[in-house]
Write a protein that binds this ligand. Structure first.
Ligand code: ADP
Length: 495
C-alpha cells in the first residue's frame, strides 16, 4: 500500500503532544512492514532544517485560499522508510508557535491549515503519486476528506484514494466563524448540516468526521466515550451516526527512542533485566529540580500539558494532603496560566517537597520518567495518553484515572494485584485521587511487592509493531468503502 500521512506535527520535526509521537512513529512502523509511506507537514520555525537534512524538493504547490493563490515551496527530508515533505510558506508557518502563542490561537489558523490540507492534495499531483490511503489527523487536516468528497472533479487524480481520519483529541475541533467560509474554497453546500456546519460555525473536525471513509481514535474506550454526551463535545451524534466506520486503536510508542537502557538524557541506564541503574536517577532528578533527595516516601512525577484535561485541578486540590502523606512531587509542563501559577504557589508552600518546571523540556521529561517512583495522570479525559506508557516502560507505575486510553493500558492494583501495572481510580475527585495514592504508597512501602509491580509495568510491550496490523485492516476497509457506494453530494443531501 502507499499511505500518505498528512499531519500538523510529527516527531522529530515539530511536537506539542501525542499526535506528533504517532505521526512520527506509525509511518516508520508501516514502512517496516513494506508499505510506501509519504508524510506532509508544515515547515514551522521550530523545524531544524540542518538537523533533518532538508533539501529543496524542486516543487511548489499553489492552492486558492479565500480566492487568492497562495504558493508554498516544498522541502523534503528523505528518511530510511519515509519521505517527509514540508510546506514552506513563511507568512503562515515561520512563527514561534505551531497553533498559537500564550494560550491564544493564531487568528489565521483556518488559512494556515487550509494550505496544509489542500497543499497535501496538490502535492500528490505535483509528485504524480496516487496514495491508496490518505491518513489525516485531527482538525488540522480534516478538510482533506471534505475536498475529495465535495470537489471530486478538482482532485480527479485522487478518486481512488481512500481517506482515514484519526481523532487524537475531540476537545480540539477547529472552530471558525461562518463568515470565513470563502477561505477553503469549497462549494456552499459543503457548509450545511451534513458538512462543516456546527451550531452556526465552521467545524473542520466535524467536516472530516462526516466525509472520511474510515474513522479511528486512539483507544477502544475513547471510541465509546466520544459517542456519549459526556465525552462527545457536541459531536456524539455525528460519531454515533458513523459508528460502523469508527474503531479504536491504542497508540504505540517509539521504543527505540524511549529506551531507558540507551537514553542519553539519563544519569544511568537500566532495563527490566538490569534494573540496578535506575536508583541513581532519583537523587539526580531531585537535585535537578530542587527536591529533598533523601528520606522515605516516593517521588511522584508528572509530565504533560498543565490543563483541566490532565486533571491538574485535582492534583492542586489534593496536593497538601499528598505532601502530608510523605510524597514529593516533580512536575514538568506548560499550559493554563492559572494552573501553572497554582503549582508555583504549591512549590512555595512546600519547598523541597514540590517542584514545578514550566515549559517544554525534552531532557527533563526523560529524567522525570526515570527518576520518579510513581507517575501521576489523573486525567478528566484521555484519548490514549503516551505518558503512562513511557512511565511504565521507565519503571514508574502510573496512578491514573480510569478513562480512555488510561483504562485500556493500565491494569489497576485494586482490581488484579497479580497482573497490575499501576493504580487506578474512577471518579473525578480529589478524594478518590488521594485514596488511590494512599493505596500506591502502601504498596510502595513493601519493597518486594513494589519491585514485582515495577517489573510487570516494564514488561509491557508498547511498541508500534504490535498495532500496525490493526491500521492495515482499517486501511483495507477504507479502500473498500471508498470504492463502494459514492458518498457524493447527492447521497448526502444538499445539507
Ligand atoms: P497529549 O494529550 O498532550 O498529547 P500524551 O500523553 O498523549 O498527551 O503525550 C504527551 C507527550 O508529550 C509525551 O511524550 C510527553 O512526554 C510529552 N510532553 C508533554 N509535555 C511536555 C513538556 N512540558 N516537556 C517535555 N515533554 C512533554
Amino acid at each position: 500500500m502507499h499511505i500518505l500521512f498528512a499531519a500538523s506535527e510529527a516527531v522529530p520535526f515539530a511536537k506539542t503532544g501525542g499526535l506528533a509521537d504517532v505521526a512520527g512513529a506509525l509511518p516508520e512502523a508501516l514502512a517496516r512492514q513494506g508499505h510506501r509511506v509519504t508524510r506532509v507537514l508544515p515547515l514551522y520555525a521550530a523545524v531544524d532544517r540542518r538537523a533533518h537534512g532538508l533539501k529543496a524538493a524542486g516543487r511548489r504547490v499553489t492552492v486558492p485560499i479565500a480566492g487568492q493563490d497562495v504558493t508554498a515551496n516544498v522541502l523534503v527530508s528523505r528518511g530510511p522508510g519515509v519521505d517527509t515533505y514540508l510546506l514552506d510558506h513563511p507568512a503562515f508557518y515561520d512563527r514561534p508557535g505551531l497553533y498559537g502563542e500564550k494560550a491564544q490561537d493564531y487568528p489565521d489558523n483556518l488559512e494556515r491549515f487550509t494550505l496544509l490540507s489542500r497543499g497535501a492534495l496538490a502535492l500528490c499531483a505535483r509528485l504524480e503519486i496516487v496514495p491508496d490511503v490518505i491518513h489525516c489527523h485531527d482538525w488540522q487536516t480534516a478538510l482533506i476528506p471534505v475536498y475529495l468528497k465535495r470537489m471530486p472533479e478538482a482532485f480527479r487524480g485522487l478518486h481512488r484514494s481512500a481517506t482515514v481520519l484519526t481523532i487524537h483529541n475531540l476537545g480540539f475541533q477547529g472552530l471558525f466563524p461562518m463568515e470565513r467560509k470563502e477561505v477553503p474554497g469549497l462549494p456552499p453546500e459543503a457548509f450545511g448540516v451534513n458538512g462543516l456546519e456546527f451550531y452556526g460555525r465552521i467545524n473542520l473536525l466535524k467536516g472530516g468526521l462526516m466525509h472520511a471513509d474510515a474513522l479511528t481514535t486512539v483507544s477502544r474506550t475513547y471510541a465509546h466515550e466520544i459517542q456519549d454526551a459526556r465525552g462527545g463535545f457536541g459531536l456524539e451524534g455525528v460519531l454515533q451516526s458513523r459508528r460502523e466506520r469508527l474503531s479504536g486503536i491504542v497508540n504505540g510508542l517509539d521504543t527505540d527512542y524511549w529506551d531507558p537502557a540507551r537514553d542519553p538524557y539519563l544519569k544511568a541506564g537500566y532495563s527490566r533485566q538490569r534494573p540496578g541503574g535506575r536508583a541513581a536517577n532519583r537523587p539526580a532528578l531531585c537535585r535537578d529540580m530542587g527536591l529533598v533527595a533523601t528520606g522515605p516516601g516516593p517521588v511522584l512525577g508528572m509530565v504533560g500539558r498543565l490543563t483541566d484535561q490532565k486533571g491538574v485541578p485535582l492534583v492542586l486540590e489534593a496536593l497538601d494532603e499528598l505532601v502530608a502523606m510523605g510524597a514529593r512531587l516533580a512536575v514538568l509542563g506548560d499550559g493554563d496560566p492559572a494552573l501553572v501559577a497554582g503549582m508555583r504557589l504549591a512549590q512555595e508552600r512546600h519547598p523541597g517537597r514540590v517542584a514545578i518546571r514550566a515549559g517544554y523540556d525534552e531532557a527533563l521529561a526523560h529524567r522525570i520518567y526515570a527518576g520518579c517512583d510513581l507517575f501521576l495522570m489523573p486525567s478528566r479525559f484521555e484519548p490514549c495518553g503516551l505518558s503512562q506508557l513511557i512511565a511504565m516502560r521507565y519503571g514508574a507505575p502510573p496512578i491514573v484515572r480510569r478513562v480512555g486510553g488510561l483504562a485500556d493500558t493500565v491494569v489497576p492494583y485494586s482490581e488484579r494485584p497479580e497482573a497490575a501495572t499501576g493504580f487506578g481510580f474512577t471518579g473525578f475527585s480529589a478524594r478518590e485521587l488521594v485514596e488511590c495514592v494512599h493505596q500506591a504508597l502502601a504498596v510502595y512501602g513493601e519493597p518486594r511487592k513494589f519491585k514485582e509491580l515495577r517489573r510487570r509495568a516494564m514488561a509491557q510491550d508498547p511498541s508500534w509493531d504490535a498495532h500496525t496490523g490493526e491500521y492495515e485492516e482499517v486501511y483495507r476497509k477504507a479502500m473498500t468503502w471508498a470504492r463502494g457506494k459514492p458518498m457524493g453530494v447527492s447521497s448526502m443531501g444538499a445539507g
